[in-house]
Design a protein around this ligand. Sequence first.
Ligand code: BGC
Length: 750
Amino acid sequence: MPDLDIDALLAELTLEEKASLVIGGDFWHTAPVERLGIERVMVADGPHGLRMQPDGGDHVGIGGSAPATCFPTASGLASSWNRSLAAEVGAALAQEARVQGVSVILGPGINMKRSPLCGRNFEYFSEDPYLAGELALAMAAAIQEQGVGTSLKHYAANNQEDDRLRVSAEVDERTLREIYLPAFERVVTGCQPWTVMCAYNKVNGTYASEHHWLLTEVLREEWGFEGLVVSDWGAVHDRVASLVAGLDLEMPPSKGRSDVAVVEAVSSGALAPEVLDRGVRRVLRLVSQAMPTKDATPPEPAYEAHHALARRAAAESAVLLRNDGTLPLALSDGQTLAVIGPFATAPRYQGAGSSQVNPTTLDVPLDELRAQLPTHVHLTHADGFGLDDSSNDAALLAEARDLARQADTVVLFLGLPAAAESEGFDRTHLELPANQLAVLETVAQVSNRVVVVLANGSVVRTSAWEDRVGAVLECWLGGQAAGGAVADLLTGAGNPSGKLAETIPLRLEDNPSYLNFPGDSQKVVYGEGLFIGYRAYDALALEVSHPFGFGLSYTSFSLGSPSVSVAGSVGDELCVSVTVPVTNTGAVEGAEVVQVYVSDPAASVRRPEQELKGFAKISLGAGESGEVQVDLDERAFSYWSTRLGRWVVEAGEFVLRVGTSSRDLPHAHSIDLDAPSVAGPLDRDSTLHEWLADPRGRDVLLGAFDSTGSAGFIDDDLIHVIGTMPLSTLAGFGLGGFNHDLLDKLVSEL
Ligand code: BGC
């Protein structure tokens, strides 16, 4: 079918029809205009599996949806640090979308993990914008390559669930530019997502759905976004204001209220018809984009293959946090493994809310372990604790203790019950439920071979208990095949290679958002600014339980000295290539993630101590060597200058730190970059330091002191004390004959 003739359609559409097009037709469809052959487009959640609701539906997952593969949630997938895996998952999601007639997948969700308490962190990738942007781009690009659209969400600064529909995120521009927007920018500039979904919340007092700066100036004028902006479900408060700001499609429809408002506004002249036409054009473009795959024969479902992919993805998502050699399990015939915890038979594998998938099948960890362990290993199981409340059940506890005592090794399945984290509310603490900790303590008293397997969507505190056990495997919410993946990793059929995409702090209070989360009186102040996640723990020199980027393996790796080459220059396609030799020095095959952090020690503004700017994952057989190459562009060295309103690289030294976690960076390599000076023009209010730092300023100023015969007066000791004073102040003091007339002369000379 040919593309829609948008100009011709615009000429035909009535005002009422145009209004209907910029407001959805029902919960999951755009509005059709049958008279003109404009078909409706179906959208569906969500980021880690389709939630296609065939009949009507809701937006929080209460109603049922058609079965679809449930992949690991973003917190898991992000821990794989594997772009091609994210792309494979994306391609599978798109394939299932096509099978189910869905044209746009409402994801990925790429908000930053400002606080570990955010109830929806399981749906987001990371505390680091670079990592989130890279993985989201790989996934979104792969979805769109299959002719299915994405909806990048939630734009922007939607970093909590409490009061998410009203709260105003009070955040300065530099922090937005460097932390909360870059992942969006990366995906928009990298693959032109068909749609971007605006957030519910306000940003600095204005609803994201009415935020002209976000929706039009930054998204379109700066980043070149060509797609459509859709509202989060119910995020529109004033349809006319949102159209003006750049919100093209309201979802779901508002029972006619918005239609009336738009028609009245155009009729009365309050809304320029071109503004409505702009939104209509973008909706028609989306209809046009969706047509080729809608009209094609849908592919055959590939649910089995996708389940296998989900298992691989879940295995790569798991992070081995601790291991004294208890893992992989090495049980011989006649030995006993006690498996404890209700999650072993009723796994927690996804989060609640709009992303909740109806899985095609579900792996049960206990069954999967049974299938993989040698036949003559005895396997016993007890629940040990209940999930509905957190109080101790003496009988369950005693049963767990007895089984653990009789076993050679214990695997304890712990995690957050579904009621503890979800879309719609935030957590208030990072602790595992008390009854789980009681079982852990009881089991640890009778066994010195205890493995903890964790299932949770966002970090839980491990510092209170992890030294009581031999191994800890963090599996996040690993999707429908997590049970098989866990069995693979526990038995050694697979080797963990996940790395933390979010820091595990020693305690909640160490997190810098602690004092300002979730805010009150409908405001949340992002007082920590740039310093979220590891940027904060580094700046505050805080110990953490497990740093960003960390994860163990059953093998070991050594990284050789990086070689660094610089091509291009600042302003002209700068590319700094870092090549790192890697050797698998252990006895089994495994994968390592080489991470490159950039530090700007001489920055003139406060910058994080180091920031992740590149990474590469490499798989190597036992004893095998290889190398990875990580390329850094100009942005990797830049900060957002609020004074200049643009990205800036400051000339001078940068240090590239290379290693395998943010706190294990054995290689440091300095480079010098030349760049134009970013110092502001000197004026009367520039300080003595600023005048002296500028070569011309220095010459004229020292010349002036010479002319007054007081050159010797201005020595280093004095400069140290008065250097931060503006020259206008010094002129007022008249020291050394320096006065306002002379200062005016200097400024005009410059
Ligand atoms: C969520 C979105 C979701 C939409 C549709 C909203 O409540 O915030 O992420 O895509 O519902 O289900």
